[in-house]
Ligand binder design. Structure first.
Ligand code: OGA
Ligand code: NI
Length: 374
């Protein structure tokens, strides 16, 4: 989420999907209708309960088992549990690029509060939300991000995105005055999520056999941004996409799925879209492009998308955690081995440049990472 200076671009008329749903509940404007090849498969649309992907689940990591072993008086059981959980984490990062974390230590009341303020914000009248507009080509504020032309297909989603850390990336004009406790809640939530990211990166380093603070030392003052996504119901979920397939440009993404929301997030695993079933109070974590590059592809930044539901709406809150913009990154030497069939797959680049490239490209699978490929 670099504060990108961008020349004026024409994006055409963008319907606000919430308003559309309110005023013309069965109309799907042409710009939202996907080409055949881009639509979700009928299997997941028509009969979610009998979809062949129902039996596979994204791995679940119990963070308390990892945290406990940090105490000095670690017992043998705790050490064993730590080891087992690290093995699970390795598999999750290597084979899935996604996992859900339980016992993450973030106060449940905080998860509820952020969800409440996000929902309250989206439920405000359009004129109120439009006081915080996402200018075309930028990624902070209320609107649709990643739209760069008049003929580009649109996602069935409203977004509200804000840069949070470090402070200089904040655009305080976009921090809403309603609901009244929005900013305060976002601050507290972001502080906790930041700690979680730092802890997870430590365990991810351990799982790679690296020094545990390797990422934190490298990242400088990490950039943290939040994006709240609201997907209203859609009369034809088979025709539209909630959020286009993409990988995240971050190092890590933490996604909170709203309580009572429909199932919507899907990840691409072995060429099949696998739904991520929400687990109450768990957070969904995924590896972003930055960790894929740093690990020379050992840990994958997996393509994902969001689909909509005929009757139910859906809220999600994504936090993106990434290195400071001035940092140069490239595969860690420990994870490159030219002699043993593991050549360096990505070039070195400046992370700020990658961020800029990411936010000025439309969401299109893993295409943005071509930037870094050798
Ligand atoms: C994102 C994202 C998925 C969701 O915001 O990058 O992938 O379920 N969101 O909203
Ligand atoms: Ni994403």
């Amino acid at each position: 989420m670099a504060p990108v200076p961008i020349s004026p671009i024409k994006v055409g008329h963008i319907d606000d999907v919430q308003e559309l749903r309110k005023t013309k509940p069965t109309t799907i404007p042409e710009r939202f209708v996907r080409d055949q090849t881009e639509r979700q498969t009928l299997a997941t649309t028509l009969s979610p309960s009998s979809s062949p992907t129902d039996d596979i689940h994204v791995p679940i990591i119990n963070l308390s088992k990892l945290m406990k072993a940090n105490n000095n008086n670690t017992t043998t059981t705790a050490a064993d549990e730590f080891h087992t959980e690290i093995v699970k984490l390795t598999t999750a990062c290597q084979e899935w690029g996604f996992f859900q974390v339980v016992n993450h230590g973030i106060d449940l009341s905080l998860l509820e509060s952020i969800e409440m303020v996000a929902k309250d914000f989206f439920m405000l009248p359009l004129e109120e939300k439009q006081k915080y507009p996402m200018a075309p080509g930028t990624v902070q504020g209320y609107g649709q991000a990643f739209v760069f032309s008049e003929n580009q297909k649109l996602d069935w989603c409203n977004m509200f995105a804000l840069g949070v850390e470090p402070h200089y990336i904040r655009n305080l004009k976009l921090w809403p005055s309603k609901p009244a406790d929005f900013s305060e809640t976002l601050e507290s939530y972001s502080r906790e999520v930041r700690k979680l990211c730092q802890n997870l990166l430590r365990y991810i380093a351990v799982s790679l056999g690296l020094k545990e603070d390797v990422f934190e030392e490298m990242f400088g003052v990490a950039v943290q941004a939040v994006r709240m996504n609201y997907y209203p119901p859609c009369s034809r979920p088979d025709l539209v996409m909630g959020l286009s397939p993409h990988s995240d440009g971050s190092a890590l993404t933490i996604l909170q799925q709203g309580k009572g929301s429909s199932v919507g997030l899907q990840i691409l695993k072995d060429n099949t879209w696998v739904p991520v079933q929400p687990i109450p109070n768990a957070l969904v974590i995924n590896i972003g492009d930055t960790i894929e590059v740093l690990t020379n592809g050992k840990y994958k930044s997996v393509e994902h998308r969001a689909v909509t539901h005929k009757e139910k709406d859906r809220l999600s809150i994504a936090t993106f955690y990434a290195p400071s913009y001035e940092i140069e990154i490239g595969p860690l030497t420990e994870l490159v081995d030219d002699e043993n069939n593991n050549p360096c797959k990505y070039r070195r680049y400046n992370h700020g440049e990658y961020s800029k490239h990411y936010v000025t490209s439309k969401l299109q699978g893993k295409k943005t990472l071509d930037f870094a490929k050798i």
